[in-house]
Design a protein. Structure first.
Length: 167
């Protein structure tokens, strides 16, 4: 069974930054990683990719599939557009992702991404982790403030894997 793991919060609360931190935390355990930014496949060694100025404090949305011992985990950071998110979810399901981490606004109304998931994928068990707006302004401080929630998400996923394969 596929399991959704939501990074939930209001607009501009660091959901995408938290998703990047989850990626950074899981990357050392991955035996194979495939990442997409703006639809293009990229090589990334764990660094956060930021949008071009003047949005240099805004991390870029991404999709990644990580092969972990015994499982596949996917992270989709762009969860605002329900139609685009549905396509992204279907693409990672087609790749046999066991965990699908999605940065998702907490709003549940007609046309929202949350409602789309509820309607289209009702059988998927969902864990939810909340993030709130940071009072920090420097990008490194913002990232560090999101690591606590990201570590909880990564630890939840890693606890499901086969530890005997970690070396």
């Amino acid at each position: 069974m596929k399991e959704f793991v939501f990074i939930s919060g209001k607009q501009n609360t660091g959901k995408t930054t938290t998703a990047w931190c989850v990626y950074q935390r899981l990357l050392p355990y991955s035996t194979n990683t495939v990442m997409y930014i703006r639809g293009a496949r990229v090589i990334n060694h764990g660094e956060i990719v930021y949008k071009e100025p003047p949005y240099d404090k805004q991390p870029e949305d991404f999709k990644v599939i990580l092969e972990l011992p015994g499982y596949k985990a996917a992270i989709i950071s762009g969860g605002d557009d329900a139609q685009l998110l549905e396509k992204e979810i279907e693409s990672v399901i087609a790749e046999n992702a066991d965990f699908i981490v999605i940065a998702l606004r907490s709003i549940n109304r007609t046309g929202s991404s949350r409602r789309m998931i509820q309607d289209k994928f009702p059988e998927a068990y969902t864990r939810e982790f909340f993030t709130t707006k940071s009072s920090f302004t420097h990008p490194l401080d913002i990232v560090n403030s999101k690591r606590i929630v990201a570590d909880r998400i990564a630890n939840y996923i890693l606890l499901q894997t086969t530890y005997s394969e970690f070396k």
